[in-house]
Design a protein around this ligand. Structure first.
Ligand code: ZN
Length: 165
């Protein structure tokens, strides 16, 4: 086994801190016209770049980071969408590019199923940890998601699920 190979799971060590960015919320991905649904608003030209979107009859969504600690100091980071109250989207947009952004707290629900757990629609609180990044998922009233946020996980459990897509 080479020095670049993980003794715990056998994968290359440089494949241990991936960033997995979901392009669309699952409910938008499942819609016939996806992000081309008439009346859709996005913060940027494409869904991939966007940090906020609103899709008629489906909902309002804001991006957040969901870091998951793996054993031996690695971290996999999911760029997820959170479903937020559509009535709150305007107030989120109003602070997003302003100094007050640092105090933004989001209450929403996971809008992507996160492998291997799923947890779609689990409630989550997100806070700003770095003003150059989207908010971070911080805590959840859902026991499973709260454990995922706080515990350390075996490499294979998470990395194998992600590579299966
Ligand atoms: Zn490993």
């Amino acid at each position: 086994m080479s020095a670049d190979t993980c003794p715990s799971c056998g994968r290359a060590l440089d494949a241990h801190n991936p960033h997995v960015r979901f392009t669309l919320p699952d409910a938008v991905l499942d819609a016939p016209a996806k992000d081309r649904t008439p009346g859709t608003w996005m913060s940027h030209p494409t869904a991939r770049e966007s940090v906020m979107m609103r899709v008629p009859d489906i909902g309002a969504f804001v991006r957040a980071l969901l870091p998951i600690r793996l054993t031996e100091g690695h971290t996999i980071t999911f760029g997820v969408w959170l479903a937020v109250d559509p009535g709150e989207l305007q107030s989120i947009i109003a602070v997003w590019w302003e100094p007050e952004y640092r105090h933004l707290r989001l209450t929403g629900r996971l809008a992507n199923a996160v492998p291997p757990w799923g947890m779609l629609a689990a409630p989550v609180e997100a806070v700003v940890r770095d003003t150059d990044q989207t908010p971070y998922c911080d805590a959840s009233e859902d026991p499973q998601l709260d454990r995922v946020l706080r515990d350390e996980w075996p490499h294979d459990l998470v990395l194998a699920a992600v590579s299966r897509g």
